[in-house]
Ligand binder design. Structure first.
Ligand SMILES: O=C(O)CCC(=O)C(=O)O
Ligand SMILES: [Fe+2]
Length: 279
């Protein structure tokens, strides 16, 4: 079971980064993100996904903003079936439906700011033997970055005709540095433990889930592991309803050197090709 950490505790930075080191995940309560704001975004975007306006924002293959339908959705690395989800990619410089814009941008700012603080904790708590390989302080890797992505996800209720074996989100790791994810309106998120077992991630409304992405794993030489996670399909009728979730993927500037092998740009491009999201 993942520990739940109180953001306001005097030992929060240590406990939280210990959890990230042990499991790739950290769960926070009493954090500064506004729960009513998240609730409002869930409600408004559910209506957006249920309506027709979304088709006015077809995703841009070049810029990566806009609406990705279930038909173009991702296929997790090593999988052959598409995830059962649709989503919208928000960047401050990208297209955002006018009525949803103000809340989305407020949330983007709040979550990015918290992510920066948490990245600071990660940096402070990194053992020297690992930190000496960071090409620059982690906190400066995101200075002025325009790559951080807010994704609003909608997992529609299952109809029963989904390909056998397809999941709302197949097992995958995230590509970025850190992901900030408010508990969704429905359960389903699971993380893979070291012994291969799948564990439910605590998901009471108001909890905030943070996980390490591949870029931070790469920069920290595995000290902070990017852990496999997935979203399973609802097992019973009460949960066979829409699920909305709101991950913010914290990305460095493209030119940031992650390791001797990779810059952020080369890494992202390689991973997007694997996901079938880039030619
Ligand atoms: O919907 C969720 O709870 C998780 C989504 C996720 O893992 C992702 O989009 O990378
Ligand atoms: Fe993920």
């Amino acid at each position: 079971m993942l520990p739940v950490i109180d953001y306001t505790s005097p030992t929060a930075a240590r406990d939280f980064t210990q959890s990230l080191h042990d499991t790739g995940f950290g769960v926070l309560v009493n954090h500064p993100i506004s729960n009513p704001l998240v609730q409002g975004i869930f409600t408004d975007w559910l209506s957006f996904f249920q309506g027709e306006d979304k088709f006015n924002y077809p995703y841009s293959a070049e810029k990566f903003d806009g609406y990705f339908s279930t038909a173009v959705s991702e296929t997790a690395k090593g999988n052959d079936k598409k995830d059962i989800k649709e989503f919208f990619h928000i960047y401050p410089w990208g297209r955002i439906p006018e009525l949803l814009k103000s809340d989305a941008l407020t949330y983007y700012q709040e979550a990015s700011q918290l992510a920066a603080t948490l990245l600071g904790w990660v940096e402070q708590q990194t053992p020297d033997a690992i930190a000496q390989h960071y090409s620059q302080p982690l906190s400066t890797m995101i200075d002025g970055s325009e790559q951080t992505l807010l994704r609003v996800l909608h997992y529609p209720p299952l109809k029963g005709d989904e390909p056998i074996g397809s999941l709302r989100a197949a097992a995958h790791t995230d590509i970025n540095l850190l992901t900030v994810l408010p508990a969704a309106n429905e359960p389903g998120l699971q993380v893979q433990a070291k012994n291969g077992e799948w564990l439910d991630v605590p998901c009471d409304f108001g909890m905030l889930i943070i996980n390490i992405g591949d870029m931070l794993q790469e920069a920290s030489q595995g000290y902070y592991p990017s852990t496999m996670h997935r979203v399973i399909n609802p097992e019973n009728r009460t949960h066979n309803v829409s699920r909305v979730s709101l991950p913010l993927f914290l990305h460095p500037k493209p030119e940031v050197v992650l390791s001797i092998r990779h810059t952020a740009e080369s890494y992202l491009s390689e991973r997007l090709k694997e996901l079938g999201m880039k030619q």
